[in-house]
Design a binder for this molecule. Structure first.
Ligand code: HEM
Length: 486
């Protein structure tokens, strides 16, 4: 069968398409290239041809055909070198991935997440206190404070540790070390191995950060075990807690009946800390931005909050009644998905191996995408989530506008399959999506109940931070306490 050539910019010898992308903001470059070359295009990066997909037809195909699975590549591949057993960076076929996923899935069901409501509210109250003390004339750096909030919440539930970020100007040393290490991983993923090997100073710093992070987690783990052993004859309050850390320490994998090894627990403490805060903080920051820019939606949301909660304390039962808030969150995830891309690849299926097929032959064979474009086993297909979510054939001519009404439950049920993918796909879908949505609901409900917001610069144009996850850059607001009226 004839395969059609895949569109894309012509590259240069040796460096391929490196000059076609801005290394500080790769996804914005991928989006611009999608506008130019269409819903499937090809770039040669790091010596290999990668495909980029951005409409729901191609995305549906790679999300549903059984040959495709998560591709550990790029920065995630570099992450796998230091977190080989972390849920995010482990291979799907790895025993430790299956064990950790099955052990932790029950903690992330909506019912169990509800029991974490008091901890989420506790951290939100610290944010409210800080903004109230600032008064109405102090510019608030939205992304920075949302990061403090989500970091403290996940540290509390995944590590039983209080980072107390609202009481410090500097970020916690754990986060600084991880951030430095991750930036180095991103640099490594875009350059040849021999070049990395020559970066002695950067490599030494990388090792120092890695050691610091692992030692920190090992200490937290040891301290928790010590506290549990002290209460052995008492009420055993700690081991009865329903949070991520307790599950990692005490649950058994229902298939192997084994508990997680300490190195797997440590890899996942680190994984939860980074995967569980940077994305939700982006969601909350973008939500605030879109609402201050769209006053009709802002008013509708505040009316809903006033009628459901009034001026009293938020309870977990209120959350079920805040349907417009939920639509606002989904619309924010559509326009500005914090996780901007995920990679899949055709993989040799485990069953094929078990049936004794010739694996080498499979690796050399190709599949056809959309019945026209060839993709080989092991080749990356990268889903550009923000472009997918602005597909006009799905979301209409006003796809770039913030209109929460299109993301009500009834409307979302009618969307084409796999046209909305903020949390990834299949067995590797985000384990924390319920956690993130509840945390965002709690925070947004309390903030819009207590404050009125205005942009510090009324002409502010949305800019994105140069980081792995999408976050607004330079977004400052004023927060005025609302008068308490019953
Ligand atoms: C995986 C998005 C919040 C933990 C993923 C993936 C996406 C995603 C797209 C799949 C990545 C891939 O296929 O390579 C988001 C967004 C969030 C969010 C948009 C917030 C708005 C959270 C939270 C947690 C979390 C709060 C933890 C409490 C994880 C983990 C994985 C993951 C552990 C790997 C799961 C696996 O492969 O088994 N997330 N996430 N995420 N997320 Fe999230």
């Amino acid at each position: 069968m004839e395969h059609e050539p895949i569109p894309g910019p012509a590259g240069w010898p040796l460096i391929g398409n490196l000059r076609d992308i801005d290394l500080n903001n790769t996804v914005q470059s991928f989006m611009a290239l999608a506008d130019e070359f269409g819903p499937i295009y090809k770039l040669r990066l790091g010596g290999t041809d990668r495909l980029f997909l951005s409409n729901h037809v191609f995305v549906d195909e790679v999300c549903t055909r059984k040959e495709y699975g998560k591709h550990i590549m790029g920065a995630v591949g570099a992450l796998a070198q230091v977190l080989p057993d972390g849920l995010f960076s482990a291979q799907t076929a790895q025993k430790t991935w299956g064990q950790a996923r099955r052990t932790l899935n029950p903690v992330f069901t909506p019912g169990t997440i509800r029991s974490m409501f008091p901890e989420m509210l506790d951290v939100t109250s610290q944010l409210v206190l800080k903004w109230a003390r600032h008064g109405p004339k102090t510019p608030i750096d939205v992304s920075a404070d949302m990061t403090r909030l989500t970091l403290d919440t996940i540290a509390l539930t995944a590590m039983d540790t209080r980072f107390n970020s609202f009481y410090h100007d500097e970020v916690h040393p754990f986060v600084r070390s991880f951030g430095d290490m991750f930036s180095e991983m991103q640099r490594r993923s875009n350059r040849p191995a021999w070049y990395t090997a020559l970066q002695w100073t950067a490599n030494r710093k990388f090792e120092e950060n890695n050691t610091f992070i692992r030692d920190f987690c090992a200490d937290v783990l040891a301290y928790r075990r010590e506290r549990e052993s002290e209460e052995e004859n008492g009420e055993q309050l700690l081991s009865n807690r329903k949070d991520v850390f307790t599950a990692m320490l005490h649950r058994r994998d229902p298939v192997t009946d084994e508990q997680l090894d300490d190195s797997v627990i440590i890899d996942n403490m680190i994984t939860f800390l980074f995967a569980g805060h940077d994305t939700t903080s982006g969601l909350l920051s973008f939500l605030l931005f879109h609402l201050v820019r769209n006053r009709n939606a802002y008013k509708k949301l505040q009316d809903e909050i006033d009628s459901v909660i009034g001026t009293g304390a938020l309870t977990v039962d209120h959350l079920d009644k805040l349907s417009y808030l939920k639509a606002c969150l989904y619309e924010t995830l559509r326009l500005d998905p914090p996780a901007q891309a995920f990679a899949v690849t055709p993989q040799v299926q485990r069953d094929d191996k078990e049936e004794g097929k010739d694996v080498k032959m499979d690796l050399e064979s190709v599949l056809l995408l959309g019945g026209r474009y060839s993709i080989s086993y092991g080749q990356s297909a990268i889903v550009i989530i923000p472009s997918l979510h602005r597909d006009k054939s799905v979301f209409g001519e006003d796809a770039n506008a913030f209109r929460p009404e299109r993301m009500t439950k009834e409307k979302m049920d009618k969307l084409p399959r796999n046209s909305f993918k903020p949390f990834g796909n299949g067995v590797r879908t985000c384990i924390g999506s319920n956690f993130a949505l509840q945390e965002a609901m709690v925070t947004a409900a309390v903030l819009f109940q207590k404050f009125d917001f205005d942009l510090v610069d009324p002409d502010y144009q949305l800019q994105y931070q140069p980081s792995l996850n999408r976050k607004p850059n330079g977004l400052f607001v004023y927060a005025r306490l609302r008068p308490k009226v019953d």
